[in-house]
Design a protein around this ligand. Sequence first.
Ligand SMILES: NC(=O)c1ccc[n+]([C@@H]2O[C@H](COP(=O)([O-])OP(=O)(O)OC[C@H]3O[C@@H](n4cnc5c(N)ncnc54)[C@H](O)[C@@H]3O)[C@@H](O)[C@H]2O)c1
Length: 458
Amino acid sequence: MNVAVFGAGYVGLVTGAVLAELGHRVVLVDVNEQKVEHIMAGIPPIFEQGLSELLTRVRGTDRLQATTQASQAVASSEIIFIAVGTPPLADGSPNLEYVHQAALAIGQGMVSGASYVIVNKATVPIGSANLVELWIEDGWSARYGTKPPADLFTVASNPEFLREGSAIHDTLYPDRIVLGADETWAMDRLTTLYQPIIAQSFVAPPETPRPQDRGPVPVIKTDRLSAEMIKYAANAFLSTKISFANEMANICERVGADIQTVMHGIGLDTRIGPKFLQAGVGWGGSCFGKDLSALIYTAKEYGYQPRLLESTQEVNKDQRLLVVKRLQDELKTLKGRRIALWGLSFKPGTDDLRDAPALSVIGELLRLNARVTVYDPVAMTNIQQQYPDLDIRYSESALEALDGADALVVLTEWDEFQRIPLATIAQALTQPILIDGRNLYDPKEARHLGIRYRGIGR
Ligand SMILES: NC(=O)c1ccc[n+]([C@@H]2O[C@H](COP(=O)([O-])OP(=O)(O)OC[C@H]3O[C@@H](n4cnc5c(N)ncnc54)[C@H](O)[C@@H]3O)[C@@H](O)[C@H]2O)c1
């Protein structure tokens, strides 16, 4: 099928490259010229497991193109995804301006005689399919001066659930595909597009092998509003699960229980499940905070106070700064203290800094006049480029960051950090203080080595 994808970011690029791998002809449309040039040269503009190999391969087949010119890509496409960013505004509602611009461009690029399914893959507030429909009509009218012909296009919803760090794997082997469409022909077209994934009939790429026992993928076919709501409900539930684990950790600390054992104990219950129960410095990333705020905003628009969701947010906000309180407990004043900070990205496997807990921790440490030296295996370039005015020091390696440090704070659970022996950490620090924001290390071993170890909830 001929497919266009607006927005070649984490979602759009991965979706486009995977669809090309499955045999579709895909054009990525992005307003960022540099991104487009990189993609055309087969160089991934983001760090994502397996993306380099995938991009090289699909660029080699010519099934994946990238352009800044929307009109050509739109005219000949049967399915057009909108996968542009929807970042939060100050009031918590998502900024739909990028979606608006994409929809206008789609409206202007369509030609009569064709039929288009335009798909909201970006996470957009419930009801946005209607809005996108109007904006596409506006685009068409601006070009042709008339209303678009009936049956020229329809808007569908196909929310995305991929996780950065395993985005290609999640796209090829999803837990489910959610399709929201009001017209049967649109639903059928989307089902055909995804058929190789639904039936798991494609040849698995060598760098992203199919998990053993992977069966057909369940498809939820529903109306557009329910599809849009599924995305928000999923992220609200996942962030609530983590905030729940953090609340339990805070109670564990006070009563003397161990959160790791407690969460293992509840996670074995099949009604609960073991995932997303890790206590730590809280959730971050481009989605959870933004989507939770958007859902809270939506609920309030309809006069409903979503108290559980608001608490999820508050618990997370406090949790981020817990490591700073730990440092204050251990070091008393933080003025002029040298703090080594390992891990910047909001989770391992990605260079994404959006709403990363590390940014909150760095901000608070700088406010308290500490001197901060950071290290991350992949996010160093991003922090230097995106926050050039941040008064922090950068290290070439994890151990270099410890040189002369009064304490180490660990904020991202990269494997690299787990492999460094505690004895090495103890030797390198001026004062053996380790604030383990991800519960990576064994507290007993740390204490045995003379490290003043503070984890979360243990
Ligand atoms: N990142 C994730 O893990 C993830 C997971 C699920 C859903 N989502 C949702 O998917 C959407 C995209 O997220 P992302 O992380 O890929 O964002 P991103 O910021 O990485 O990418 C967005 C891209 O859209 C481009 N863009 C902006 N305006 C455009 C326009 N008018 N025409 C064409 N391109 C335009 C930008 O240049 C950028 O490359 C968001 O709504 C997000 O909530 C993200």
